[in-house]
Design a protein around this ligand. Structure first.
Ligand SMILES: Cc1ncc(COP(=O)(O)O)c(C=O)c1O
Length: 396
């Protein structure tokens, strides 16, 4: 089905469906068009693009004292998380990994691969790690030097309380590393307000670029100290930083078209009004979509307090006629790609709020869900009692 244009936002090209997913996501024509030119990776024009990209990303963290620098890294987001852990955590250090979903657990698995000491607070599918328990874990284990927090745990959509975690970490003289993959660019992470040593994100999330690289923003003093730490040649952030500072080039083949697209996405981000405006659009997307879905009887996994404006988890309805795969295909036929859930206890699905779309699109998403339920013969989208009991744990 061809989705017609909405005010101010071009629809996906050639009748493609909107991606209601946490990245890759729906991008603008301008971003796609920016990929129609080839660039020489050694050429001065491309080096200027790399410098511009680094400058623009740094501007988003409000680093008024010039204490931080930005280092892009080829690959997907997981490559950057691995690069951050391998480069900033010395081989004889120990990391406290805060997990409440798939990405925290993946960070712990990365530590296992690195063969470096770590300990885990695993809160299950979606309970937030709180400052007081982080403080207690640090008090109990003086060997811990670093804490790794996930900003938005994309597997449930929970926005973790990084500010209180940061306070607990620095009150005990330890260091914080943040995986802000799905939050950066829409949720503030200003260094004047939240203290951290390094954070990572990637091109295909809230800046609305296409996949192909990620980036680390780190305190320069940590970048300097990172020399010789890395387990990996290609994921050595210090080496990438040192080479970029010296030559303006990426060490190994850069994803030139992706960089060009990302620069266009950064210009559009700025034109929209930066982090505040991007976050406000996503929040509006979420509010319109959640309100509409609740009116159909759907229930969110999380209470409003923990809902991020990035992606929302809904329980699958208990009605026997509801089959997620069928619902997915019906939604796709109406122009919207949704996302399966990642909870272990109850069935769920997710709807992303990020990408090149606005509240008008979200109203259509709700209407598509209403029609899809009717076509499946689902009279009521209410979840099973077990799901509500599970949710009650969060409130406890
Ligand atoms: C919080 C978080 N961390 C890490 C990743 C891994 O990124 P990738 O799938 O690009 O490797 C993701 C992906 O969505 C994420 O949301």
């Amino acid at each position: 089905m061809r989705v017609s244009p909405v005010e101010g936002f071009d629809p996906p090209a050639l009748g493609e469906p909107y991606l209601l997913t946490p990245g890759p996501l729906t991008t603008s024509y301008a971003v796609k068009q920016a990929m129609l030119r080839d660039w020489g990776s050694w050429d001065g024009d491309f080096r200027a693009m790399t410098a511009d990209l680094r400058r623009r990303l740094l501007a988003l963290i409000g680093d008024t004292k010039s204490e931080y620098d930005c280092v892009p890294i080829q690959g997907s987001g997981s490559f950057c998380v691995e690069a951050m852990l391998g480069s900033f955590v010395p081989k004889d250090s120990k990391v406290l990994v805060l997990a409440n979903g798939a990405y925290g657990l993946r960070a712990a698995q990365t530590m296992q691969y690195l063969g470096r000491a770590f300990t885990l607070i695993d809160k299950g599918d979606y309970l937030p790690p709180r400052g007081d328990e982080v403080g207690a874990a640090l008090d109990a284990d003086p060997a811990i030097t670093h804490v790794l927090a996930i900003h938005c745990e994309t597997s449930s959509g929970i926005l973790n309380p990084v500010a209180e975690i940061s306070e607990a970490v620095y009150a005990r003289g330890r260091k914080l590393l943040v995986d802000s993959m799905s939050a950066f660019g829409a949720i503030p992470l200003e260094v004047g307000k939240i203290r951290y040593e390094a954070m990572v994100s990637s091109a295909n999330k809230c800046i609305e670029g296409v996949p192909g690289f990620g980036f680390v923003i780190a305190r320069k003093s940590e970048l300097e100290k990172a020399k010789g730490n890395s387990h990996s040649l290609s994921l050595d952030i210090h080496a990438q930083w040192a080479a970029m500072e010296k030559t303006g080039q990426w060490r190994f083949t850069p994803p030139t078209h992706v960089v060009a697209a990302f620069l266009e996405a950064l210009r559009m981000h700025e034109a929209e009004g930066g982090v505040a405006a991007r976050g406000a659009r996503y929040m509006k997307n979420r509010n319109v979509m959640v309100e509409g879905m609740r009116a159909l009887g759907f229930e969110t996994l999380l209470s409003d307090r923990w809902l991020s404006p990035i992606i929302v988890t809904f329980f699958c309805p208990s009605d026997g006629n509801f089959v997620f795969e069928h619902f997915y295909e019906l939604m796709k036929g109406k122009g919207f790609i949704i996302y399966p859930g990642k909870l272990t206890v109850v069935d769920s699905f997710r709807v992303g709020c990020i990408g090149r779309m606005d509240e008008h699109v979200m109203r259509r998403v709700v209407e598509a869900a209403r029609q899809s339920l009717a076509e499946m013969g689902v009279a009521d989208a209410a979840p099973p009692q077990a799901a509500l009991a599970e949710r009650a744990k969060l409130a406890a």
